[in-house]
Design a protein around this ligand. Structure first.
Ligand code: BES
Ligand code: MN
Ligand code: ZN
Length: 478
């Protein structure tokens, strides 16, 4: 799928024309009858009017040009999805979007919705060609939009779809080492460096959390360091993005009681995928910002040498942790990565993780749970990007009482809290390993969906990529 600009009408079978209210009530360039019909429909309160002729669909969309609110943008992404469905249903290979309204934000959202909706994960079908959507080009005609804005959107969409691909890959392909190779591919393609630490080096560093979780596995772990550091970076100290990279979570010896709980756990590296996607988008668009990505990767399995409840692990920073439930593995590998992040003297660390079922129960699939020690102003900026990109967030507190649950009788911490608010006690556990402004994003709810919703296709959603991209672009590149 490619998004590109068009100077004049193409031969697309599906054309969208975006008009403002005035233009729609007195339309130009149409036959008398067409103009009359359109203005009558709009006068009756319709904001989408379809013209269907032999082999050609035209859809007129009416926008109030004052509207740019987040929910309006989301409405336009939904319109984009509808148009994509129409193009695919009639076997068209291109869409033509003409914006005459002057509202470029709506036009970009519209294009984004169509492009994201057209995603498919077909790798494992024998007859991929037959299953492939006909649509593969979107032409955008808008006097106010230059090529660079469309290129930026195209890169952001590609990076989001890369994250979806990674999440959709099962562990039969995407082991920790393969995940590292995919990061290296992305680094080459988009222009950032990737350093992969293998088991020996992880042992030398003493990353006891990552090694502990990996003990029940046959496949070795990796610790991945991505870096994008352009000469014109506006920040002196880097922003570090940390992503949970559990390529499959069986729960380990505290085995998940399938059905229903283990079935979707290939998604447990979605935080890592979001970090890869966000850095890819930032590098592809050459944002002037220094970012580092850290992804500890392993599967979590109940092999013969797996960690047992009551085992004690020593983390990278020396903290000891009593493991009471081997299914609370995400926080163990993140502890090492958060400890490692200190060496960058970071401006801000943001971690993304499919960390707890509790986060999903608290907010469903419509939002991520966030908490952190960054200034409230910074937390608010993230929430703002969440609304704009429709990757919404809900903030939870890190009150000290929640941390009391994480104290152990025999070690510095235990990895299991009480029965309630498990996403917050997990956050308190992570906080212990931070010593810099930090935001934790628990994406367990929105990371993966068996149903799909609008332009968020079934399977991995790519959540986090667009959120981080907008947050970093808006707040750290000036
Ligand atoms: N990967 C899971 C969390 C999860 C649940 C992600 C549902 C996506 C959808 C995590 O490793 C886990 O198992 N968490 C446990 C922690 C508990 C044992 C303290 C949970 O939330 O039940
Ligand atoms: Mn788990
Ligand atoms: Zn997990």
């Amino acid at each position: 799928m490619k998004i590109q600009s068009a100077k004049s009408n193409s031969t697309a079978a599906v054309t969208a024309i975006i008009l403002n209210k005035e233009q729609a009530s007195d339309p130009k360039g149409l036959s008398k009858e067409e103009a009359k019909y359109l203005s009558a429909q709009v006068g009756a309160g319709k904001d989408v009017v379809s013209f269907q002729e032999l082999g050609h669909h035209r859809k007129f969309y009416v926008i109030d040009s004052r509207e740019q609110e987040a929910d309006i943008l989301e409405l336009w992404r939904g319109h984009g999805k509808d148009l994509q469905s129409l193009a695919v249903s009639i076997g068209s290979d291109k869409l033509h979007i003409i914006n005459e309204s002057g509202n470029t934000a709506a036009t970009l959202a519209f294009t984004e919705g169509a492009a994201l909706a057209n995603y498919q994960f077909l790798k494992y079908f024998k007859d991929k060609k037959e299953k492939k959507n006909s649509l593969d080009k979107i032409f955008v005609q808008d006097a106010k939009l230059d090529d660079s804005a469309l290129l930026e959107l195209n890169n952001l969409v590609q990076a989001t779809l890369l994250a979806r691909d990674l999440v959709n890959e099962p562990v039969s392909y995407l082991t920790a080492e393969q995940f590292s190779k995919e990061m290296q591919k992305a680094g080459k393609q988009y222009g950032f460096s990737v350093k992969v630490l293998h088991k020996k080096e992880i042992e030398t560093l003493g990353m006891g959390g990552l090694l502990g979780v990996n003990k029940g596995s046959i496949d070795p772990p990796t610790f991945n360091i991505m870096e994008y550091k352009p000469k014109n970076a506006k920040n002196k100290r880097p922003i570090v993005l940390v992503g949970k990279g559990v390529v499959f979570d069986t729960g380990g010896l505290s085995l998940k009681p399938t059905p229903g709980s283990m079935d979707e756990m290939k998604c447990d590296m979605a935080g890592g995928a979001a970090v890869v996607g966000a850095i890819s988008a930032i590098a592809a668009n050459k944002l002037p910002v220094h970012v580092v990505g850290l992804v500890p990767a392993t599967d979590n399995r109940p092999g013969m040498n797996a960690i047992c409840p009551q085992d004690i692990l020593t983390m990278f920073d020396g903290t000891t942790v009593e493991v009471l439930n081997t299914d609370a593995e995400g926080r163990l590998i993140l502890a090492d990565a958060l400890g490692y992040a200190k060496k960058y003297d970071p401006l801000l660390v943001v971690d993304l993780a499919t960390l707890t079922g509790a986060a999903m129960r608290a907010v469903g699939s419509y939002a991520s749970a966030i908490m952190g020690t960054a200034d409230q102003e910074v937390m608010n900026k993230l929430a703002q990007s969440g609304f704009k990109m429709w990757e919404r967030t809900v903030q939870f507190p890190l009150w000290k009482e929640y941390g009391n649950e994480m104290k152990s009788d025999i070690a510095d911490l235990k990895n299991l809290g009480g029965a309630n608010a498990g996403h917050i006690s997990a956050g308190k556990f992570l906080e212990h390993f931070t010593a810099y402004p930090w935001i934790h994003i628990d994406i367990a709810g929105p990371a993966y969906s068996n149903a799909g919703q609008s332009y968020r296709t079934k399977g991995g959603s790519g959540v986090g990529v667009r959120l981080l991209y907008d947050f970093i672009k808006e707040n750290y590149t000036r």
